[in-house]
Ligand binder design. Structure first.
Ligand SMILES: *Cc1c(COP(=O)(O)O)cnc(C)c1O
Length: 460
């Protein structure tokens, strides 16, 4: 199951797409001769002028059209799979609201995400709760809200949930997450379906555990779930995983138990560099040929595929640090605390200047880095980029998923602003975090605040 490396190190390559290539593959972005780079019908420079940089911008129209493409592929007769958006990819309320209006449910991995999804108007009956470690409080919240299903990942969790549900006189509809031991061929840090990953119950133990679940008080097992990893563009690993789940469903049914649902997980990949984007139709096909004739309710949990291409991170060049005979360091005002993916996964993100004049500058190799005090704070190494002078602004592409949600305030850098574009209008959806908020919750003990330096010394 080989596939092109999707998370190639951010180093130079003859195959790096040019600015023109990047734009040609992204119909929601285009370069206007005067207005510069546009997302849908909004010049991104206008947003950077108004809100400053760094700033995240998401295209609502782009998000909706991607949702509809996926929905259309999955709505084929004999499939009718429902979409539970993986909230962790981008949990902003406005994003959740857009998807909720489109009809999406939510796949959540914490009590916080559950509360957010409900705050955004997603009904509990469309919420699925996944995750390898759920606290009693979180399970209690899921039970009291009577959400659609809890995806259980271990025997320990199953028994604990049974106790909690019985104690409050409720029944938990559970789906057993199975680890199919399939290599999704993606980056090691986003592979989840191998036997030595922490996720799910072992394939060989799944049938027994399902039988146990049926006997436990407060538990109603309804099916199986599988999620083998993220950024998977080749349908082959999906198909292999679903085929194993189909076998399991048949065996469990032969043993006399009811299975009504299979949750096919998320993981569909996009084209960051020059990969062939994961295809909703190929995913639908993989589901249909393996699980399509079992009379199951089918569910998918996509995150990245829906939101990643809809978002960009705008940043400004602070300075260009030249060193003789070497590629210059182009230092941006965005850093790894804003966008962690290049540091964490060696992820490759396209970079396009906001100004049409900058975009046509001759390209030469450059290192694109952030100002944080970490060697790993790099966005691109030795990347052929148009010449960028101090003050030039760029868009870092495909940052709508696992972007703002992974931000930290490391180096006391406030969380960046966020804006939403919708056709020809745009608005702020989160102001830049005021710097005082960074320490607003911090407490200095009285005796330290009073400066009693002698007290500590006297006790020594
Ligand atoms: C992260 C996750 C998803 C979403 O993955 P994407 O690659 O963003 O589609 C879906 N289901 C589960 C259980 C997850 O952990």
């Amino acid at each position: 199951m080989s596939m092109p490396s999707v998370s190639a190190p951010p180093s130079s390559s003859m195959t790096d797409p040019s600015v023109a290539d990047l734009l040609a593959a992204r119909p929601h972005l285009r370069m206007h001769a005067l207005e510069g780079l546009m997302l849908e019908q909004v010049p991104l420079a206008a947003i950077a002028d108004a809100l400053g940089t760094p700033v995240w911008v998401t295209g609502a129209g782009t998000l909706r059209s991607r949702y509809r493409r996926l929905e259309a592929a999955l709505a084929e007769p004999s499939l009718g799979a429902s979409i539970h958006y993986a909230v962790k990819a981008n949990d902003h309320l406005a994003i959740l609201r857009i998807l909720s209006i489109e009809g999406a449910g939510a796949d959540v991995v914490s009590g916080g995400e559950m509360r957010r999804a409900i705050e955004a108007g997603i009904p509990p009956a469309r919420i699925v709760f996944s995750g390898v470690g759920k606290s009693d409080d979180e399970l209690g919240l899921a039970l009291s809200l009577s959400i659609s299903q809890i995806n259980v990942e271990s025997r320990e969790e199953l028994e604990r949930l049974s106790g909690l549900a019985s104690a409050c006189g409720r029944t938990a509809r559970i789906v057993l997450r199975v680890n199919p031991d399939i290599d999704a061929g993606t980056h090691a840090k986003i592979t989840t379906g191998l036997a030595d990953n922490k996720f799910g119950v072992a394939y060989d133990e799944a049938a027994d555990l399902y039988a146990l679940a049926a006997r436990l008080p407060g538990i109603e097992p309804i099916g199986f779930a599988v999620h083998i990893g993220s950024q998977i563009n080749d349908p082959a690993p999906f198909r292999a995983a679903y085929a194993r789940i189909a076998d399991l469903v048949r065996r469990v049914r032969e043993a006399g138990q009811a299975v009504s649902l299979v949750d096919c997980g998320g993981g569909l990949g996009i084209s960051y560099r020059d990969e062939i984007e994961g295809s909703p139709r190929a995913l639908a096909h993989a589901i249909r040929v393996t699980l399509g004739d079992l009379g199951l309710k089918l569910v998918v949990e996509p995150g990245r595929w829906l939101v990643a291409p809809a978002g960009v991170l705008l940043s400004r060049v602070l300075l260009v640090k030249q060193s003789a005979g070497r590629a210059p360091f182009v230092v941006l005002d965005a850093a790894m605390n804003d966008l962690l993916r290049p540091s964490l996964y060696e992820a490759w993100h396209g970079v396009v200047p906001l100004s049409a004049r900058d975009a046509v500058q001759p390209a030469g190799p450059a290192h694109l880095v952030g100002p944080v005090c970490e060697t790993g704070d790099t966005f691109a190494l030795d990347r052929p980029l148009p010449h960028l002078a101090a003050g030039a602004r760029v868009a870092i592409l495909d940052t709508g998923a696992y972007g703002a949600v992974m931000s930290s305030t490391y180096n006391s850098r406030p969380l960046a602003a966020q804006a939403l574009v919708d056709g020809s209008r745009w608005t702020t959806i989160r102001p830049r975090q005021p710097v005082e908020q960074l320490w607003a919750g911090e407490l200095v003990p009285d005796w330290i605040a009073a400066g009693e330096t002698g007290a500590g010394r006297a006790a020594e």
